[in-house]
Design a binder for this molecule. Structure first.
Ligand SMILES: [Zn+2]
Length: 157
């Protein structure tokens, strides 16, 4: 198995550091946005004998995203939310877990995708990903600040 993980721009919210996972062996790929929860994938459809008979392209609208980092062991988990109710439940669970000290409040969050304003809003925890900051309305302001990682190699002269 060899997979390559790269940054890719999210089609739903425009976030520049969405996660793209490409399987070099099968050419199957998957995209997941840690900001709005948008998900897209392409997989082969195989017959019982293993021959490829087509491919399946799937998109799932993001209603929000969760990023949860427990205090110990500090391995983050992330998942996309598929309904407004999911977002409410995830936010309640996260607030409770932070209050109990189970999650790290500085690197855990729940977002809600606002389809009218076309932007993600922070509903619990603290945004801890690259490249974006929140303004006073706690909404993401694209391309603000200088906090993004420097991904481009410097000019060689
Ligand atoms: Zn997104």
């Amino acid at each position: 198995m060899s997979t390559v993980m790269t940054d890719a721009k999210c089609k739903q919210c425009g976030y520049r550091f969405g996660m793209s996972i490409f399987d070099c062996h099968t050419s199957e790929w998957e995209f997941y946005c840690t900001r709005c929860g948008y998900h897209e994938s392409q997989d082969w459809i195989t017959a019982l004998d293993g021959t490829r008979i087509g491919c399946k392209h799937e998109t799932l609208d993001g209603h929000g995203a969760v990023w949860a980092t427990p205090r110990e062991p500090a391995v983050s988990e992330s998942l996309g939310l598929r309904s407004a109710q999911d977002v409410e439940e995830a936010a309640q669970k996260m607030r409770a877990a932070i209050a109990k000290g189970e999650l790290d409040p500085r690197s855990s969050y729940v977002t809600r995708w606002n389809p009218e304003l076309k932007r993600a809003e922070l509903v619990a925890g603290t945004w801890c990903q690259d490249g974006e900051v929140f303004d006073h309305q706690q909404s993401f302001r694209p391309n603000a600040g200088q906090r993004g990682k420097q991904r481009k190699p410097r000019d060689r002269r």
